[in-house]
Design a protein around this ligand. Structure first.
Ligand SMILES: Nc1ncnc2c1ncn2[C@@H]1O[C@H](COP(=O)(O)OP(=O)(O)OP(=O)(O)O)[C@@H](O)[C@H]1O
Ligand SMILES: C[C@H](N)[C@H](N)CCCCCC(=O)O
Ligand SMILES: [Mg+2]
Length: 217
């Protein structure tokens, strides 16, 4: 497997944070790794997710973030509000070129897995269309059971290859954090990788190892 879609149960759950740690860990292992955020919204000047990951990969921003919208919206809503469309065919061709250029490609969604990119095309469709397995990033605390269950079974119903569930941001403050990983495993059959909230951007080496293992490297 040469690429993965980092998707999530919602926006702000930690896709960029997990992408950063995965890219960092692959680079540590000498893998030529690239990053692609097919569409980034909320871009005022510089695309923030793209800029952070490009600081690791050394890519230029045009390559890593080919389509941008300025409002903090889903891609489809960006198209409607900013009255500017883009071609899914061109976007897939761009992805295929990057697949050739890198040993491994980390592709980051925007928001959760069912967020529309076009009216009838969301991140699950993109994963199917591009042949991408997924890593599902979920919150650690209260509210995650419903979001994770829905996202997992939607991905399953679409026939996607789910490499793992990453529960992100454990702080030990929320009583639900104790039972959530157990119940997520019972609901989905997948033992989630538990990731703590940390100071800064970098997880400890053993967790970086676990991320690399999840994507099969
Ligand atoms: N485990 C963590 N420890 C510390 N900070 C974290 C952790 N996970 C995420 N964050 C921080 O939380 C914020 C939201 O995370 P992030 O930007 O990764 O979300 P996202 O899923 O990529 O959102 P989007 O849908 O906008 O792309 C960021 O400031 C990020 O650095
Ligand atoms: C702007 C934000 N940070 C994300 N990049 C886009 C999130 C779209 C979420 C849409 C939704 O689920 O309602
Ligand atoms: Mg992000």
């Amino acid at each position: 497997m040469r690429a993965v879609l980092i998707t999530a149960t919602d926006t702000g759950v930690g896709k960029t944070f997990i992408s950063y740690n995965l890219v960092y860990a692959l680079k540590e292992r000498g893998v030529k790794v690239g990053y692609l955020k097919p569409v980034e919204t909320d871009v005022k000047d510089v695309p923030q997710d793209g800029a952070l990951l490009c600081s690791l990969t050394g890519q230029d921003l045009e390559e890593a973030v080919p389509v941008r919208y300025s409002l903090p919206l889903s891609p489809y809503a960006g198209i409607l509000e900013e009255k500017r469309d883009f071609s899914l065919t061109d976007l897939k061709e761009h992805y295929l070129r990057l697949l050739e250029r890198y040993e491994f490609l980390v592709v980051e969604g925007a928001g959760g897995i069912a967020v529309p990119i076009k009216r009838d095309y969301n991140y699950a469709h993109l994963a199917l269309d591009w042949g991408l397995p997924i890593l599902l990033v979920a919150r650690a605390g209260l509210g995650t059971l419903n979001h994770t269950y829905l996202s997992y079974f939607y991905a399953k119903s679409m026939g996607l290859n789910i490499l793992g569930i990453v529960m992100n941001g454990f702080e030990g403050k929320d009583v639900s954090e104790r039972t959530n990983p157990i119940i997520v495993e019972e609901l989905t059959g997948i033992k989630p990788l538990q990731v703590p909230r940390v100071d800064g951007l970098l997880l400890e080496p053993s967790l970086r190892d676990s991320l690399v293992s999840l994507v099969g490297f």
